[in-house]
Design a protein around this ligand. Structure first.
Ligand SMILES: C[S@@+](CC[C@H](N)C(=O)[O-])C[C@H]1O[C@@H](n2cnc3c(N)ncnc32)[C@H](O)[C@@H]1O
Length: 413
């Protein structure tokens, strides 16, 4: 049942301003016809040397910006209070506010009223106020999924050797969460139901860390029914992943086969391809286009194809210095490959962002292509012309272009 928006926001304000009870709050989405300054904002209290502060992490299209605001007793000027009021003034479409005893979900309707849903926790929870952003986890370290995947020990503590993987999973979940919220808000993804769960495929899933983490996060934290399928050429992956699924009691299917050839009963709506090797990322993008997938998250891995073509083709003037030195040529090939992929996806009717996936000190393979199907190819011939001129100038032919052309012509590539 809807309630006046101001009344509900003022109730949430009470929770947001209580440093003793707020665990974490997330604002995301947008109100009808409005655009908040940030795509998503997360709030929590942290204990710094200078006392308890409100920590706000605000996300734009490409990165996170973190700021800390001092708290103060009622009646005194409080930067934290001002920051909360500024954020409540922003036209976010959703607020999720977790306190030590309750979880509140607020959705703003098209009529600019609020639908609020509150769940009581079975028991009061303790809050970790350490000033370590890593501890603001989307999936807790002791979540059963990490034990089943062998990342944690018997006590539910992350194994030191698996910290980097855990961080990668978390960063991926952050991007997935923001992308799904945005796609749902804008109507690019349908709202899934228990009868019609969201169909997600992970292409080149390997040992399915990200597949299982996505399934667990979306169902248990976001409460979105999803069904996941993993595809990998290795039979060993299917065996390993099926055993993990059985251990977790999760309904997930694992298929052995190439990304290009995998047969699925129904076309997936979300396609994931994370560090699929070299042109396997092109295969994944081409399948996503074929399936008309609404959301695609692809983190490319090694980029050998265009690098090899650059080595053979004459470098157009005056760009010889870009390819003269091996290391620069490889890096340039990486950039060129992903820029061309983004362009081809735009031509195929997707809105594309290229964003940082994990911080570069953790892996150099940290670019992620996020594509949302808008259904309408980019207007005018400008993008196509720019693409054609670029590949002609460098005498290259990206694998994705070959795959898309072959599918259009109804032949294999
Ligand atoms: C580097 S691993 C990444 C695994 C997983 N996505 C992750 O991020 O943890 C790449 C995986 O892609 C699989 N792979 C590579 N090319 C493939 C193809 N053409 N079709 C299916 N699987 C492929 C490999 O077998 C391997 O398991």
């Amino acid at each position: 049942m809807s309630e006046p928006l101001l009344r509900v926001l003022s109730r949430m304000r009470g929770h947001l301003l209580d440093p003793d009870v707020l665990v974490k709050a997330v604002a995301s989405g947008r109100q009808k016809g409005q655009q908040p300054r940030w795509k998503r904002v997360e709030l929590r209290y942290v204990d710094l040397k200078a006392g308890r502060h409100l920590q706000v992490t605000a996300y734009d299209d490409t990165q996170a910006h973190t700021s800390n605001y001092a708290t103060a007793p009622a009646g005194q000027p409080s930067p934290a209070r001002d920051a909360v009021d500024d954020l409540l003034d922003q036209p976010f479409g959703n607020w999720h506010v977790d306190t030590t005893t309750q979880s509140h979900q607020v959705r703003v309707t098209k009529k600019l009223e609020a639908v609020a849903h509150t769940t009581d926790r079975a028991a009061e929870i303790e809050v970790d106020r350490g000033h370590d952003r890593d501890k603001v986890r989307l999936l807790a370290e002791d979540d059963p999924v990490f034990r089943a995947l062998g990342l944690t020990d018997a006590q539910g503590r992350m194994k030191p050797s698996r910290q980097a993987k855990y961080r990668q999973v978390e960063e991926f979940l952050r991007l997935l969460d923001a992308s799904i919220t945005d796609a749902l808000d804008k109507g690019h993804l349908r709202r899934p139901t228990a009868q019609e769960p969201l169909r997600i495929v992970d292409l080149g899933c390997g040992n399915a860390y990200l597949t299982f983490a996505a399934q667990r996060f979306l169902t248990s934290v976001r409460e979105l029914p999803v069904v996941v399928t993993g595809v990998d050429v290795k039979e060993q992956s299917r065996e390993h992943n099926s055993a993990v699924a059985a251990d977790l009691g999760v309904d997930a299917e694992f298929v052995v086969g190439s990304i290009s050839g995998a047969r699925l009963d129904r076309a997936p709506e979300v396609v994931l391809a994370l560090h699929a090797c070299d042109t396997a990322t092109d295969e994944a993008l081409a399948r996503a286009v074929e399936w008309e997938a609404q959301l695609v998250l692809a983190a490319p891995c090694c980029h050998h194809d265009i690098a090899a073509q650059l080595r053979k083709a004459p470098t157009p003037a005056p760009y010889a210095m870009l390819t003269r030195h091996g290391i620069l040529r490889e890096r340039f090939a990486d950039t060129l490959t992903d820029a061309l992929r983004a362009s081809l996806m735009r031509i195929a009717g997707y809105r594309v962002d290229v964003v940082q996936f994990v911080e570069s000190q953790h892996t150099p393979r940290n670019t992620l292509l996020r594509a949302v199907r808008t259904g309408s190819p980019v207007k005018g011939g400008g993008v196509r012309k720019e693409y054609d001129e670029l590949v002609a100038a460098w005498s290259i032919r990206p694998r994705l272009a070959q795959l898309l052309d072959a599918r259009e012509a109804g032949t294999g590539a």
